[in-house]
Design a binder for this molecule. Sequence first.
Ligand code: ADP
Ligand code: MG
Ligand code: ZN
Length: 648
Amino acid sequence: MLLLLWLWQSAIVQYSYKTIPYSEFKEYLAKHEVAEVVIKETVIEGKIQPKAVASPARKAKAKASRATNAPSGPSSTAQAAPASSKPLLFRTNRVKDPKLVDELEAAGVKFSGEPPSFFSEFLLSWIVPLGIMVLLWMFISRRLGSAGESILSFGKSKARLVAEKETGISFRDVAGCEEAKYELQEVVDFLKHPGRHRSIGASIPKGVLLIGPPGTGKTLLAKAVAGEAHVPFFSLSGSDFVEMFVGVGAARVRDLFQQAKAKAPCIVFIDELDAIGRQRGVHVGAVNDEREQTLNQLLVEMDGFSANAGVIVLAATNRPDVLDRAILRPGRFDRQVVVDAPDIDGREAILKVHARGKPLDNEVDLRRIAQATPGFSGADLANALNEAALLAARRHATMIGQQDLEEAVEKVVAGPERRSRRLKEEEKRRVAYHETGHALVAAYSEHADPIHKISIIPRGRAALGYTLQLPTDDQFLMTRSQLLERIRGMLGGRAAEEVIFHEVTTGAENDLEHATALARQMVCVFGMSDTVGLARCAHRQNGIFMPGADGAFQRDCSEQTAQEVDQEVKRILDEAYREAKEILTGHRDQLELVARELLQKETLDAPAFERLLGRPPGRKEREVPGRPVELAPPALALGERSQNGHAE
Ligand code: ADP
Ligand code: MG
Ligand code: ZN
């Protein structure tokens, strides 16, 4: 519309005013033909009143034309004549001309000035820039979209209110952690029937902290509580508090507790508490500042002066060692519930939970699978069952069979088979002897876990072959001779290579790594060396529930002790290696026999192995059910876990 208006105006001006050059204007002025003038900011407008008397030239021409009486001659004179009598409105661009006023006065022209119009000035200096800014702002805010909105509400808590039945998970879906369930059931009861507990003077606990390694069902338990408790349940994760801006976390905590108090009695669940609950003051920097403020606010809210009647805080973490001491003291998280890796009964129960809704063959024996999976967490078991279902689907079966389950467990432990990795015949031979070495040394050790399977089919990322040993039962303590025998078994592969080929390969790298780590642990942590003594000279770098690399121990002793430790480790390894070689040289015929059979068949199970050794199969029959504790590379994860267990 503005554009139209402007075009319209300029068109009018164009028609009514004749635009002439400044010089012409001055000519008219000199001829005294200018009647009046308005001097504006940039233009001069005015009226020209041509003199009635025509110029001599024109008169001459006019006479001539009359004289000749020539009708022809569309001369300019004819046109100029009428124009000269009419006043002409003109406009010209103003030129800097200081003497103009003098000349106008001299010519006796009526002239006036005109200030720039108020309206146009206002429009130009205020409305237009403002308009541009508003447009720009609108454009930007549209581009930012929802982000713009969230920036404005960043102090709001992100907690999600979980409706009673929304999670669809109840305590029935959690197995193998009865103590934790019991504690939480009590909390739920408290919220449901506060009167019953209060009448005997029990006060409601403020916080319950679930501690345990990853995948043991902490988050699942919290969801189950949400499903069980018929009270509002706020759920959020520790990292939700941490934001770019310092102070946001604290604001969110405040907001969360405000919401919670309004809905009391209710449960607030903070997952991965270690994201905010870390020890204060150990790091420097702005990030830490923010976390400290958040944590402080949480502490204040948890035991604030105002009674948080009926707000119970549940939290879960797998790094209790990094938590701030203040958060663990009674009055905040008074209850700490350890959700540890399940034992054999727990594993069976978890398998049963996850087998629900899956068609299992009648022959399936979940107890045997539970036996075969020491150190598995609930998540591992769920994963294994899913793998089994996938394997069954792959062979177009309608039921999941025991074979699928065992294969799945092996896959979870050792990684998928890689039949496409072609080994040269010579390499294959070496691998076969290496694995047989492990198996034989273990078979001739009194305390070693029974062999379950030997294979030279490559698996996972690195393993070219593997030997699975599995304990007959969960074991929580290990004796010194058991550890020594375990080290001996790990070195059996390398020993076999040396005994047979008189030449060693790189294949034992992983065995050596684990054997060394175990020996070092014996010396430094378990106090099992006579020369070094009982003093603990290393400490764990990672939390107790975080199975890190084997070497995640930090030296904590003098230079001299460190040397002694090194010597001891070397001695233990040397001795174990010597013994392993002795065993293998003593049973060289069996070594050859088993290795040849293995080369041919690629895998040997326990009965076949026992038969080759000429042992009565009955002895091992009992133990067939078990499974992994391995020596080959994939074993890593499991070995780790069971070691942690023993350490405790
Ligand atoms: P985390 O302890 O790390 O929070 P989760 O609770 O997220 O572990 O567990 C991951 C998955 O593992 C669950 O969704 C569930 O399927 C399975 N799981 C873990 N522990 C159990 C258990 N005790 N009973 C049944 N399922 C479990
Ligand atoms: Mg979790
Ligand atoms: Zn090996």
